[in-house]
Design a protein around this ligand. Structure first.
Ligand code: FPP
Length: 236
């Protein structure tokens, strides 16, 4: 169990990036324009996280449920992801970013899957910031996949612990998020990191994702610094 304390800077921040569509609608623009601005906010947020000394940043870029959007929107999001990877990878590498992908990357097809894996390999030894991109990710699917692995390994039921179960999740080796932010005023977890956010501080902001950046990230960290984390315990 982690120690009972308030931590000034969260080690791991996870973000549900929401509100691209509303940002675009508010300007009479197509949804794709909102996603494009959202990609710029991703860049700003990676830079803000590095500047603040955050060590892990997990972004919910595409949920398992996002496949149910129109084929056109899925294509727009896939294109943006590919474009982002190609245009930002060298810069991220130079900044010391280690990229990790969680979720069912194979669903994006063999070419993008190979590019994502190559990007992970290229940046594997970087240690300034670990950027975890959740792609075709669902918290329940992650838990079910881990349970299947445990069963397939032939492990005795009594041998299963929280620690060895966590090591079977997509996020193995990554500490749990200290802070989970969701933008756009929606107050839901939406099947994100269900297991991993058991003790995360939750922060919901009305800011739409394309408007997110250094100032809103700093404000979120300030709010986090005021939270008292007890992990279910009571101070002595
Ligand atoms: C929610 O907006 C956002 C997403 C569907 C995923 C986030 C996608 C990006 C930030 C774009 C590109 C990503 C990368 C990694 C470069 P929404 O469409 O649900 O907004 P709405 O609820 O206002 O309609």
């Amino acid at each position: 169990m982690p120690e009972v304390s308030a931590r000034p800077v969260p080690q791991h921040v996870a973000i549900i990036m929401d509100g691209n569509g509303r940002w675009a609608a508010g300007r009479g623009l197509p949804r794709a324009a909102g996603h494009r601005e959202g990609a710029k906010a991703v860049r700003r947020t990676v830079e803000a996280a590095i500047a603040k000394g955050v060590r892990y940043l997990t972004l919910f870029a595409f949920s398992s449920e996002n496949w149910r959007r129109s084929p056109g929107e899925v294509a727009d999001l896939t294109f943006l992801l590919k474009h982002y990877l190609r245009s930002e990878l060298n810069e991220m590498h130079a900044q010391g970013v280690c990229l990790k992908i969680i979720g069912e990357r194979e669903r994006f097809g063999p070419n993008l899957t190979a590019e994502l894996t190559a990007a992970e390999t290229k940046t594997a030894n970087n240690s300034k910031l670990t950027l975890v991109m959740a792609l075709s990710y669902g918290g329940r699917a992650d838990i079910v996949a881990a349970a299947r692995k445990a069963i397939a390994s032939g492990m005795a039921a009594a041998a299963l612990t929280e620690e060895n179960f966590a090591a079977l999740l997509d996020t193995r080796g990554i500490p749990d998020p200290d802070l989970l932010i969701r933008t756009s005023g929606e107050v839901r977890i939406s099947n994100f990191l269900l297991w991993q956010t058991a003790y995360s501080e939750l922060l919901f902001t009305d800011v739409l994702w394309p408007d997110f950046g250094a100032a809103t990230f700093a404000a979120a960290l300030d709010e986090y610094a005021t939270r008292e984390r007890r992990f279910g315990a009571r101070p002595a």
